[in-house]
Design a protein around this ligand. Structure first.
Ligand code: NAD
Length: 356
């Protein structure tokens, strides 16, 4: 098969980690007889420097014409003073919206070789830690109307958290379908004791639950969920939630698995075109030092093969190669523990590619 991949390396460690993911994809192509063509485009701080805007039109056009998009990370202190649409992060929101990617899928799984890196007590993790957060990605407070100004003599800012029934319905359907392929359980997270948008969320999620009686379903308030994730994460299979809550909970879930550098994500819409990126940011503190962990990006490439290209065997091969490298005792600095062999970003990519 031939697939055209738009590549957005971005800022900070982005170029280093994406280069390693491409190394692994090239090995997959060689081993399984595929051709992956890459087109590199700009987004984020590097795009602001080159064109004055975080998401040039050319980037959107190339992504829309591609079979899928692989992204590193954007942002950094150099561009922190920019405001609103001039910030690198505006590129992220813009590309998700332009590609109509409404579902963000973030798995959080504790890998056995990394049990030491998990900050939770063994008595908690021994019950299991293998969940997926399905986050609504193009609605809620991040996309609602916003306003700043002076009200009653005070500087005031508003961000409107708005949801419509169809937006809740389509993300809930993604969660139920995913649960059916996993352990058959969905927890819908909201703040229905306070927010009207959450009360609508609850009404619609219950409707979809009634249409999927084979799936075990429950609601949980977001504050309780934040607590339960560290108290008893084994109770969760698929968590579905709105944009802002999902942003926070998925970082929490990532961290309890040991390192942000290990967690991939997929953003999906109605078609097979998706955006695949690590959960972490551009880590400016370690950029350009060959210290970054490329595994989250490599596993994101595996998700691209699985969800965008329907290449399950190839995705399995990448995931197995990552497990093998960790079992063989190789670690980047962020997941290093006593007795293990520390390697840099490039070597980690090479070791994984060699095991495909
Ligand atoms: P971050 O995720 O970049 O870094 C947090 C910490 O984790 C840092 O100490 C960093 O060194 C470490 N870390 C992250 N990824 C790592 C990896 N692969 N290997 C080893 N260590 C890793 O979060 P931050 O510091 O809050 O943000 C830095 C910049 O990234 C900001 O400009 C922020 O806006 C941006 N950001 C971008 C995205 C994205 O592109 N999707 C997401 C989050 C943050």
């Amino acid at each position: 098969m031939t697939k055209n991949i738009a590549v957005i390396k971005g800022d900070g460690i982005g170029p280093e980690i994406v280069t390693e993911a491409m190394k692994v994809l090239d090995k997959v192509a060689e081993r399984f007889g595929h051709t992956f063509n890459y087109t590199e485009v700009l987004m984020g701080g590097c795009a602001i420097d080159a064109t004055g805007e975080p998401l040039p039109k050319e980037t959107v056009d190339v992504c829309l014409k591609s079979d899928s998009v692989l992204l590193g990370a954007v942002g950094g202190p150099k561009w922190d003073k920019g405001e609103g649409k001039a910030r690198p992060e505006a590129g992220l929101l813009g590309i998700r919206s332009a590609l109509k990617l409404f579902a963000n899928i973030r798995p959080a799984k504790l890998l056995k070789p990394l049990a030491d890196a998990c900050p939770l007590k063994e008595e908690i993790t021994s019950k299991g830690l293998d969940l997926v957060i399905v986050r609504e990605l193009i609605g809620g407070a991040y996309f609602g109307a916003r306003k700043t100004g002076i009200e009653d003599g005070h500087k005031t800012a508003h961000d409107d958290m708005k949801y419509s029934d169809y937006e809740i319905e389509r993300i809930c359907r993604v969660a139920f379908d995913m649960a059916r392929k996993r352990r058959g359980k969905v927890t819908s997270v909201d703040k229905a004791n306070v927010l009207d948008s959450s009360r609508l969320w609850r009404e619609i999620s219950h409707k979809i639950a009634a249409e999927n009686p084979d799936i075990e379903f429950s609601d949980m308030l977001v504050d309780n969920t934040a607590m339960q994730l560290v108290h008893n994460p084994a109770q969760f299979d698929v968590i579905v939630t709105e944009n802002l809550f999902g942003d926070i909970l998925s970082d929490e879930a990532s961290m309890i698995t040991g390192s942000l550098g290990m967690i991939p994500s997929a953003s999906l819409g109605e078609t097979s075109l998706g955006l695949f990126e690590p959960c972490h940011g551009s880590a400016p503190d370690i950029a350009g030092q060959d210290k970054a962990n490329p595994i989250a990006t490599i596993l994101s490439a595996a998700m691209m093969l699985r969800y965008s290209f329907d290449m399950a065997k190839e995705a399995d091969a990448i995931e197995a190669a990552v497990d093998k490298v960790l079992e063989d005792g190789y670690r980047t600095g962020d997941i290093m523990s006593e007795g293990m062999k520390q390697v840099g970003c490039k070597e980690m990519g090479t070791l994984i590619a060699e095991r495909i």
